[in-house]
Design a binder for this molecule. Structure first.
Ligand SMILES: Cc1cc2nc3c(=O)[nH]c(=O)nc-3n(C[C@H](O)[C@H](O)[C@H](O)COP(=O)(O)OP(=O)(O)OC[C@H]3O[C@@H](n4cnc5c(N)ncnc54)[C@H](O)[C@@H]3O)c2cc1C
Length: 471
C-alpha cells in the first residue's frame, strides 16, 4: 500500500470494542499510518470481552492458520456446508496465513498445546477455563496486553467506559458515532467505523428474538460484554444480517447456573451426543446428526432449554475420562470434583426416581435410544444421569460483510465506511449444522483485513460537500 498523504493521516477511524478483532484492526491501521480511536465499554482493559477468557486456540476450521490456503478454504466450505461462500472462505483462508507471524511480531506468545494440528498455535501460558475470572498472567490476557501496550506506545487512544450507542451518516460520507460515558453522552466524527463489539450472546432480548423465545434461559458461557450493540446499530443503518439464529457453545452441567467452577469446562458434549438426551418429560431428543454446536443451537430453540438430562452407562462414563484432543479438562472426574450434579443407579427405574421422571417414560427413551442404528447402547450398569444445559459462548450470526470486512446491505451492496469483524460479523461461522470454524482466528483475520480496508478507504481524497461517499 502507498504511504498515506498528510491529509489522509488526519482522517478519523473509530473502532468499537477492544477485543481481538478491534485491537488487531486498530494496530494494523497504525502500522499503515492511520490513527484510530478505540471505544470500549468496559472499565477494565479486556474485562468484558470473550477474548481474554478464551482458551486461546487459534485455528481455522480446526487447521492451524499456517496450513495450506487450499486446505483451509476446503475445510471452511465443508464445515459450514458452503454457507460461508467462496468469497469469504477465500479471504479467510488467504489472510489467516498472515495472522500468526503478525501476532508473534506484536509480542504475542504462542505454543502448541497438544500434538494435534488444531492447537498448534495457542496463546501461552495456556488458559483452560475459569469462568469469567480474569487472569492477566495467562496467554489470552497477555496477548491482549501486548496489543494494548503497542497501540498506546504508538500514540493510540483507547477510551474505556465508552459504550457506543448510536451511528448516523453525516455529510461527506462520514459517520457520527455516539457513545455514553460516566460523564454523559459524547460523539466522534469518523471517516470509517469498525464495529467489533463481540456478538449478542449477552442480550436476552436479542437471543429470544433471533435464536428462540427461551434461548435466554441457556447458560451465558461467555463474558457479559456481547450485548449486540454493534449489530443493532448496523441494522439501523441498513446492513444485512446473516445466520442470526445460530450460536456456538457447549453442553455443560446444569449446576453451572450456580457455580462458575462448572463452565466453560468440563463440557458434556460427548455424553449428550453418544448417550440418550431426554427432556424433563422423558422424551428422547434426537441428536444423531448433530455436532455439539448444532446441538446447542437446537436445544436453545426448545421450549425448555433447562429441562434436559444425559443418560449413559458405565462404559461411556469411563470413556469420558480419556484425554481430550484439545487438552481441555475432561468430564470424568472433573464434573464431580467441581461439584456438578451426577446420579447413578443399578437400574434405569432407579435413575428415573433420582431425576424425578416417570419410570416408564425414561425406560422407553433408553429403549428407543438403544434401537437407533449406530447408537452407543446404554447397557452396562451402573446407569448414570447428569442434568445438562446448553451454554452459549458466542452468537454465530451477525452483520453481512464482504471479503474486505466491509458491511453489506441485504442486497449485497457495500455501505461505504462501515466495517464489522469478530463476532459482530455474520456468515463466517454457521451453516445448517452450525459449523464452527473458529472464533479467535476469525476475529484476528477479519480485524486484520478491516484494518487494511479502512486504511485504503481513508487514502481516498476527502470529497467536497455534496460529493461524499454516500452510505
Ligand atoms: C470460555 C471461552 C473459550 C473460548 N475459547 C476459544 C478458543 O480456544 N478458540 C477460539 O477460536 N475461540 C474461542 N472462544 C471464542 C473467542 O473468544 C471469540 O470468538 C473471540 O474472542 C471474539 O473476539 P471479538 O473481538 O469479536 O470479541 P470480544 O473479545 O468479546 O471483544 C468485544 C469487545 O467489545 C466491547 N463492547 C461491547 N459492546 C460495546 C459497545 N457498545 N461499545 C464499546 N465497546 C463494546 C466488549 O466489552 C469487548 O471488550 C472462546 C470463548 C469463550 C467465552
Amino acid at each position: 500500500m502507498k504511504p498515506l498523504s498528510a491529509e489522509a493521516e488526519q482522517r478519523a477511524c473509530v473502532v468499537v470494542g477492544e477485543g481481538l478483532a478491534g485491537m488487531v484492526a486498530a494496530r494494523r491501521l497504525q502500522q499503515l499510518g492511520v490513527s484510530a480511536t478505540v471505544l470500549e465499554k468496559g472499565d477494565v482493559e479486556g474485562g468484558l470481552g470473550n477474548t481474554v477468557i478464551s482458551g486461546g486456540i487459534v485455528h481455522v476450521a480446526w487447521l492451524p492458520p499456517d496450513a495450506a490456503v487450499e486446505a483451509k478454504r476446503d475445510r471452511l466450505l465443508a464445515e459450514t456446508d458452503g454457507e460461508i461462500g467462496p468469497e469469504l472462505a477465500d479471504a479467510f483462508a488467504q489472510m489467516s496465513s498472515h495472522v500468526i507471524p503478525w501476532l508473534v511480531a506484536e509480542g504475542v506468545r504462542m505454543r502448541a498445546k497438544t500434538a494435534g494440528p488444531a492447537t498448534r498455535w495457542t496463546f501461552w501460558p495456556f488458559r483452560s477455563g475459569d469462568g469469567r475470572r480474569l487472569h492477566p498472567e495467562l496467554g489470552p490476557g497477555q496477548a491482549m496486553s501486548a496489543l494494548y501496550a503497542n497501540f498506546r506506545r504508538s500514540g493510540g487512544t483507547i477510551v474505556l467506559g465508552a459504550r457506543a450507542n448510536s451511528l448516523e451518516p453525516v455529510a461527506g460520507g462520514r459517520w457520527r458515532v455516539g457513545y455514553g460515558t460516566g460523564d454523559g453522552p459524547r460523539s466522534l466524527l469518523a471517516d470509517c467505523v469498525l464495529l467489533a463489539d463481540g456478538g449478542f450472546q449477552g442480550n436476552q432480548e436479542m437471543l429470544s428474538r433471533y435464536v428462540g423465545p427461551n434461548a435466554g434461559l441457556c447458560l451465558l458461557r461467555a463474558a457479559t460484554g456481547g450485548t449486540g450493540d454493534g449489530l443493532r446499530l448496523l441494522l439501523g443503518v441498513g446492513a444485512g444480517a446473516v445466520g442470526l439464529g445460530r450460536v456456538y457453545g457447549h453442553l455443560v452441567s446444569a449446576t453451572a447456573l450456580e457455580s462458575d467452577e462448572l463452565w466453560p469446562f468440563p463440557h458434556l458434549d460427548e455424553l449428550c451426543l453418544k448417550g440418550a438426551l431426554v427432556s424433563r418429560r422423558g422424551d428422547l431428543f434426537p441428536v444423531t446428526v448433530d455436532s455439539p454446536e448444532g446441538l446447542v443451537t437446537r436445544l436453545a430453540r426448545t421450549e425448555d432449554p433447562r429441562g434436559f438430562a444425559a443418560i449413559f452407562d458405565e462404559g461411556l462414563w469411563a470413556e469420558a475420562a480419556h484425554q481430550h484432543t484439545l487438552g481441555i479438562p475432561v468430564a470424568n472426574p472433573g464434573l464431580v470434583e467441581r461439584g456438578g450434579h451426577l446420579c447413578a443407579s443399578p437400574t434405569i427405574d432407579g435413575l428415573a426416581a433420582a431425576l424425578g421422571m416417570a419410570e416408564r417414560g425414561l425406560a422407553a427413551a433408553v429403549d428407543a435410544h438403544n434401537c437407533e442404528p449406530g447408537s452407543v447402547p446404554i447397557k452396562t450398569p451402573p446407569y448414570r444421569a447428569v442434568r445438562v444445559l446448553p451454554g452459549i459462548t458466542f452468537t454465530m450470526g451477525g452483520a453481512r460483510i464482504g471479503p474486505d470486512a466491509g458491511v453489506r446491505g441485504p442486497d449485497g451492496r457495500a455501505i461505504s465506511g462501515l466495517y464489522a469483524a469478530g463476532s459482530t460479523a455474520g456468515g463466517v461461522n454457521g451453516g445448517p449444522r452450525g459449523g464452527y470454524v473458529g472464533g479467535l482466528a476469525a476475529a484476528a483475520t477479519f480485524g486484520y483485513i478491516a484494518g487494511g480496508s479502512m486504511a485504503a478507504h481513508v487514502a481516498v481524497p476527502i470529497s467536497r460537500p455534496g460529493q461524499g461517499r454516500q452510505p
